[in-house]
Design a binder for this molecule. Structure first.
Ligand code: GRF
Length: 217
């Protein structure tokens, strides 16, 4: 049965650079909610990424497009970034990806790249990101580690729409979790992981729900 108000499921490509546990959680959510989300494939920039094995196990299409190395012809970072994003775009178009779901993708997407995606009614792109902090606290890399080192009594996970900033953009869902007495960083991070895997699904439910019509947040 289709969700009321939705003509077809959101067709999305997942971008991931690492282990891919969030990518797997998204794929599993899509399997339970085929009327809401279709995962067209997974793209990674990292040939060593665990997400590649996960994609094979899950039988989801996966392509690895490494960031071009500096060479005598293309030294400039911006030029290499353009080439990389053009390559990503080619696959996303071939797969018919309408939305991007970032799940531990470790590169900042350029304004030109983002502008390929039709903006939502709220003025953001059709691109979703998960970040391990209670944004706007601790944007950027190693957010959980920095919260832990700062002695924070709680941290959290945020799923948000992407705009041109780093870890900015309208928040879809956010959930906090505590740092318990005696926690080392591993215990604290593991608690965050559990929240992450649940929260991406919650965000997708909200985003594809009849009240939002895929992005009118
Ligand atoms: C997660 O902590 C996510 O919040 C962050 O990168 C990590 C990716 O983990 N953006 P995984 O590759 O999904 O396991």
């Amino acid at each position: 049965m289709k969700a009321a108000g939705l003509a077809k499921p959101m067709r999305a490509v997942i971008l991931a650079s690492g282990d891919g546990s969030n990518a797997e959680a998204i794929v599993q959510w899509a399997r339970v909610n085929p009327d809401r989300l279709a995962v067209a494939g997974i793209l990674t920039d990292n040939p060593q990424a665990g997400v590649i094995q996960r994609a094979m196990r899950l039988e989801v299409s996966c392509r690895c497009i490494p960031f071009p190395e500096k060479n005598a012809l293309i030294r400039d970072f911006a030029a290499r970034k353009r080439i990389h994003e053009d390559q990503l775009n080619e696959v996303i178009a071939a797969w018919g990806g309408e939305w991007l779901l970032l799940a531990g993708y470790m590169r900042i997407l350029s304004r030109d790249f983002l502008s390929q995606f039709i903006v939502t009614a709220g003025g953001s792109y059709r691109v979703v990101n998960i970040h391990p902090s209670l944004l706007p606290e601790f944007p950027g890399k190693d957010a959980l580690r920095r919260a832990f080192d700062a002695g924070a009594e709680r941290s959290g996970i945020t799923v948000h729409l992407v705009d041109e900033g780093v870890d900015t953009g309208p928040i879809i869902v956010q959930e906090s979790f505590p740092r318990l007495p005696g926690d080392d960083f591993a215990a604290f991070a593991a608690r965050g992981r559990q929240v992450e895997h649940r929260l991406y699904g919650q965000a997708l439910a909200k985003l594809t729900g009849p009240e939002h019509h895929q992005g009118a947040l």
